[in-house]
Design a protein around this ligand. Structure first.
Ligand code: SF4
Ligand code: F3S
Length: 112
């Protein structure tokens, strides 16, 4: 089992999650983060910290595609452990449907 970052992280990217993870298993893309599924120890601490409610346990249904996206990009993007400011329009984007199709960027973020 692992926790998974899902759609609503895209362009919200609040980054509260990175500060609480005991094993530093978040990786940063240009406009979202992912969790490395082999490094996550399933502690669950990050889930309630995300203001966008974008982090889910993979025991929830219909998360296979998100689990694959997290696994694929965790090995391509840099590790991130220090929170920075969220995008200025994060609140406007919070809750918008279909962010993956509209906004996902495969480009890496800057990392720590
Ligand atoms: Fe890190 Fe725990 Fe969240 Fe996994 S569940 S990403 S180990 S804080
Ligand atoms: Fe994304 Fe939530 Fe973390 S919006 S960056 S998963 S705090």
């Amino acid at each position: 089992m692992t926790y998974v970052v899902t759609d609503n992280c895209i362009r919200c990217k609040y980054m509260d999650c990175v500060e609480v993870c005991p094993v530093d298993c978040f990786y940063e893309g240009d406009n979202m983060l992912v969790i490395h599924p082999d490094e996550c120890i399933d502690c669950g601490v990050c889930e309630p910290e995300c203001p966008a409610e974008a982090i889910k346990p993979d025991t929830e249904p219909h998360l296979d595609a998100w689990l694959k996206l997290n696994a694929d990009y965790a090995v391509k993007w840099p590790n991130i452990t220090v929170k920075r400011d969220a995008p200025a329009d994060a609140k406007d984007l919070d809750g918008e449907e279909g962010k993956l199709e509209k906004y996902f960027s495969p480009e890496p973020g800057q990392g720590d």
